[in-house]
Design a binder for this molecule. Structure first.
Ligand SMILES: Nc1ncnc2c1ncn2[C@@H]1O[C@H](COP(=O)(O)OP(=O)(O)O)[C@@H](O)[C@H]1O
Ligand SMILES: [Mg+2]
Length: 556
């Protein structure tokens, strides 16, 4: 019997794959693969449906195995290329030896009309037929973008092209979320997609700390892989504003710049520096020294410190009981830091130049802000700036929320802050102290949530991870990273294998608050014609130098 295409083997039950033979609620189900389907066609992560007696069960394939009815068949395998061996293989396969699939049921639904999806509380009867999921199943569970109710297409289930898996954006914006995966797997693309969804559907305002200048405008010309991928400003012109720490680099790339961001010494608190203790390699006594400076000079502490010569340092230590060696090391390191940031760091700034007020001005008008870092993209500079700005923006949000009380009309719009290299801000050592840890833990109390983009989730504090509503995870190899992403997820053991078998690009496992059940997707093509059209960005993006108005004519 020849192997048939999965989709054509059974006309009564299109896409039939086989039947359930054993299993348990705890450990998942096993099914025997129909002899007409080759195991080689089956991939872990595929979405299938079991047609039980009274319920349908919506499942993910978590493992594919080769089974034998008895050990003895395996003792003399019919190898060889002759006709006899090949006939023997055909006779044995399907009954004596067969493929088996492990399934993890993720949702179930009674078969009567109008029944709701519910968590899985039982198992299907023996020999229940199992089939591939179809477009209707997916649309019923994940909704559809066309319905216009805040669902955003983020990709297609494995092997199901042109079928939409949607994020429920309202739920997405309700909690902090994470996009994980090792380098080069598609995190930045997924992040752009999510941001497009949030902006297009007005589900939240966004502040993006754009470490590598990838979100505002198309990628820099130096990087051939990113050239030509449009940024958010090109999609949503007047709704998105690009701020920059490095206006030179931003202008050089042809980006329409809203504002330069400058930061003054007095905005840098003792705590901001202590958060960089690791990056700056500060000694244990540095904290003490900074606090001595802080209590004597208040907001002027940094300027005072880096202005001191060795005599003055010594005098300060004599007077305050400070540690001279620590003092001079601190002074040297902070001088170097200030020097490396001199493009945007100022001793003094007029209130009118306060970047936080300018950013807040945009956000409260429901406009989105992308902050480009230009050349200041090392972790030290990134962390320093992201911390300082976020701390004050959060303060202001907290104040506005308290003033507004329960009057929703007066509350500031929900804000999503996107940060990359998130583990650096949210490590177990820092998560209790940084503003980002606070935001992740307080769960939108003040209308602010995070979109965390990271390649090393195991470096993030457990408590923060447990607060992450939706996790979108591309391929991860490191066991600890896989464990971290699956912390607190029921059936995590089964999903481990699925995560480890994702393609190295443009595939992701979605799980959590914004999707009714975990699902593996092929990520939606970003910046394709279809995508551009569906964002409706053409009429707004006319002043993009990359595109001429004529090109938009037939898009309506
Ligand atoms: N959704 C997508 N649409 C189009 N191309 C993608 C998509 N996801 C990934 N890619 C491809 O994979 C490459 C790496 O993706 P990227 O998001 O830059 O990875 P990461 O941020 O994880 O390092 C991209 O340059 C692009 O070619
Ligand atoms: Mg990236």
């Amino acid at each position: 019997m020849d192997t048939l295409n999965v989709n054509t083997i059974d006309h009564a039950f299109p896409g039939t794959l086989g039947a359930v033979v054993r299993g348990s609620l705890q450990s998942g189900l096993q099914m025997k693969l129909d002899e007409r389907v080759s195991v080689e066609e089956i991939r872990a992560g595929k979405f299938v449906v079991i047609d039980g007696e009274n319920y349908e069960f919506f499942c993910m394939i978590t493992d594919v195995t080769l089974e034998a009815a008895s050990e003895s068949v395996l003792s003399k395998p019919p190898t060889g290329s002759d006709k006899f061996a090949s006939t023997m293989r055909k006779i044995l396969s399907g009954s004596s030896v067969y493929g088996a699939l492990s399934l993890r049921p993720l949702l179930m639904r009674a078969k009567n009309a109008g029944a709701e999806f519910e968590p899985v509380k039982t198992v299907p009867v023996h020999f229940s037929p199992t089939r591939e999921a179809n477009g209707d199943d997916v649309a019923m569970i994940f909704g559809s973008e066309a319905a216009g109710d805040g669902h955003f297409n983020i990709g297609a289930p494995l092997d199901m092209e042109n079928i939409e898996v949607c994020l429920d954006l309202k739920k997405f914006a309700e909690r902090s979320n994470g996009i994980f995966g090792k380098s080069g797997t598609g995190k930045t693309f997924l992040t752009r997609l999510c941001l497009c969804g949030l902006i297009k559907n007005k589900a939240a305002v966004n502040l993006v700390f754009d470490m590598h200048n990838e979100y505002g405008w198309e990628g820099s010309i130096e990087d051939p892989t990113r050239q030509g991928v449009q940024g958010l400003k090109q999609y949503f012109n007047n709704e998105v504003f690009v701020f920059s720490l490095d206006p030179e680099s931003t202008r050089r790339r042809g980006v329409k710049l809203e504002n330069e961001v400058k930061i003054s010494y007095k905005q840098i608190s003792a705590d901001d520096i202590l958060l960089l203790a690791d990056e700056l390699n500060l000694s244990a006594t540095a904290a003490e020294t900074i606090h001595l400076l802080d209590s004597r000079y208040g907001t002027k502490w940094l300027g005072k410190l880096i202005g001191m010569d060795s005599e003055e340092q010594k005098l300060f230590c004599d007077e305050t009981g400070g540690h001279p060696a620590s003092m001079s090391a601190l002074c040297r390191k902070l001088k170097r830091l200030v020097d490396s940031c001199k493009g945007f760091l100022r001793e003094d700034l007029a209130d009118a130049d306060d970047a936080v007020l300018q950013i807040l001005g945009r956000l409260t008008r429901r406009q989105h802000v992308v902050l480009e870092f230009g050349q200041y993209r090392n972790p030290l500079q990134y962390m320093l700036v992201a911390n300082i700005l976020t701390r004050r923006i959060h303060e202001e949000y907290t104040r506005q929320m308290e003033v507004a009380g329960n009057d929703r009309g007066k509350q500031p719009p929900p804000l999503v802050i996107t940060i990359e290299e998130a583990h650096k801000f949210l490590s177990p050592a820092l998560a209790r102290q940084t503003i980002f840890g606070t935001i992740a833990r307080e769960m939108r109390k003040y209308n602010v949530t995070l979109l965390i983009v990271d390649q090393r989730p195991s470096g993030i504090d457990d408590e923060v991870l447990s607060q992450i509503g939706t996790r979108i995870t591309c391929l991860l190899n490191d066991e600890r990273d896989i464990d971290a992403v699956l912390t607190g997820i029921p059936g995590a053991r089964d999903l481990r294998g699925v995560l480890a078998s994702l393609d190295s690009k443009q595939q992701a496992l979605l799980l959590g608050h914004a999707v009714p059940m975990p699902v593996v997707i092929k990520t939606r093509e970003y910046d394709s014609d279809e995508f551009r059209k569906s964002m409706g960005s053409f009429s707004k993006a006319l002043d993009s130098p990359a595109k001429k108005p004529e090109e938009f004519d037939d898009w309506g």
